[in-house]
Design a protein around this ligand. Structure first.
Ligand code: UD1
Ligand code: UDP
Length: 380
């Protein structure tokens, strides 16, 4: 069986490590994987660092699309992916998550009848102003095998008309939805065991014996809106009066803080004694930070979940989340960009950390399950 895997943005590169590892370990004789990097993310610390560190095979193709408007970026990807699919003639295309690289893969493949496997299917924010919401809906509705990491994702698909009892052979018109656990949980379990042996970001940042909050911020509605950005930054600065904050900064956020924020606030943020704004870190470094932080403050989808995997409370800088289960447990809370809400949620969690983290993301073997399903369907 031959699959073409599309990667492009940072979280997809990390997710792809899980499937590639399972192929190498258990299915090397049965599955050939061709990896296509769209080039959506291209800085060393947003792309290559993960390929090197997580043992992902060197991509067979790189489309080098780079940054551009949604239309231009997606169109360039569609053109490149279509040609590769025509040349490679795979049995499946594997798409991760909800980025423009996902959307491009879905459009290119469905038009030339290459079956789509969507990993991280069914997630919804019910907020169509998010580019990701459009991308994931389109991808789900062009897919043949849909793997949802959560029960809520599975239920969302059923509500949208997917039947839960379709029988093989599965096709785009007879798709199959599965609730199978989260490939990022597989990855976090696997890499957590080696993170502390291979990296020492805590030492580098002087955090070995120091309590700290880990924060990330990159969602376009936060970074591209001066009021929201300012409110979040002011909240971080207030919280940093009592506890250190580490913020590996996404390139989009660096660009937008420089463009939008008042110079005085920008100076105070970047020169704050108790805030370390650093370049994006590697995945192993991120895991080490997540494991040792007292609390996580983020608008990232992946980081919300990882804070849960590592049993840390999470203050979510968004009005809604696709990962509703973690909010329901009480281990995460939605505060949006509200300054007072952020400050009080941090104080509350620091004083009373949650203790209950039920297992809601599977058993750490989602990748093997997905590969089995692909093989079985391909044999029919
Ligand atoms: C993208 C995804 C988002 C995902 C995020 C993960 C879409 C619509 N958005 O958002 O769902 O959560 O990736 O990080 O696909 N840039 C660089 N260097 C890079 C990459 C980006 O400087 O290597 C800067 C450029 O100024 C670019 C901006 O970041 O314009 C935004 O990049 P883009 O890939 O368009 O979207 P993200 O915000 O990264
Ligand atoms: N991540 C990382 N280094 C960083 C920030 C994030 O390795 O400096 C990892 C993080 O651990 C998670 C993934 O990137 O696995 C999340 O990606 P991101 O926040 O960019 O996107 P999202 O998950 O919101 O789509």
């Amino acid at each position: 069986m031959k699959i073409v895997t599309i990667i492009g943005a940072r979280p997809q590169i990390i997710k792809a490590a899980g499937l590639s590892r399972a192929i190498r370990t258990h299915y090397a004789d049965r599955i050939k994987e061709v990896i296509v990097h769209t080039g959506q993310h291209y800085d060393e610390n947003m792309s290559q660092v993960f390929i090197d560190e997580l043992g992902i095979p060197k991509p067979d193709y790189n489309l080098h699309v780079g940054s551009a408007s949604h239309g231009v970026q997606t169109a360039r990807m569609i053109e490149g992916i279509e040609q590769i699919l025509l040349d490679e003639k795979p049995d499946y295309i594997v798409l991760y998550g909800d980025t423009n690289s996902t959307l491009a893969g879905a459009v290119a493949a469905s038009k030339i009848h290459v079956p789509i496997v969507h990993i991280e299917a069914g997630l919804r924010s019910f907020n169509k102003s998010m580019p990701e919401e459009i991308n994931r809906i389109v991808c789900d509705h062009c897919s043949t095998l849909l793997f949802s990491p959560t029960q809520t994702g599975f239920d969302n698909l059923v509500k949208e008309g997917f039947k839960s009892n379709n029988q093989r052979p599965y096709t785009i018109d007879n798709p199959k939805v599965f609730h199978c656990g989260d490939i990022m949980f597989d990855n976090s379990l696997f890499f957590s065991q080696i993170a502390d042996q291979k990296v020492d970001v805590l030492k580098r940042l002087g955090l070995n014996d120091k309590p700290f909050i880990l924060s990330t911020l990159h969602r376009n509605n936060n970074t591209d809106d001066k009021m929201r950005l300012t409110s979040i930054v002011e909240a971080i600065m207030e919280v940093a009066q009592t506890i250190a904050v580490v913020l590996p900064m996404h390139p989009r956020t660096r660009k937008m803080t420089e463009l939008l924020m008042e110079k005085d606030l920008l100076d105070r943020l970047f020169h704050h004694d108790n805030i370390q704004i650093i370049e994006p870190v590697s995945f192993l470094e991120m895991i080490q930070l997540e494991k040792h932080a007292k609390l996580v403050m983020t608008d990232s989808g992946g980081v919300q979940k990882e804070s849960y995997f590592f049993r840390k409370p999470c203050v979510i800088l968004r009005p809604e989340t696709e990962w509703v289960e973690i909010v329901k447990t009480g281990a995460a809370t939605l505060v949006d960009a509200d300054k007072d809400g952020i400050i009080s949620a941090c104080r509350q969690y620091l004083q009373h950390p949650p203790v209950d983290f039920p297992e809601i993301f599977g058993d750490g073997h989602a990748a093997e399950f997905m590969l089995e399903q692909m093989i079985q369907n391909n044999c029919d």
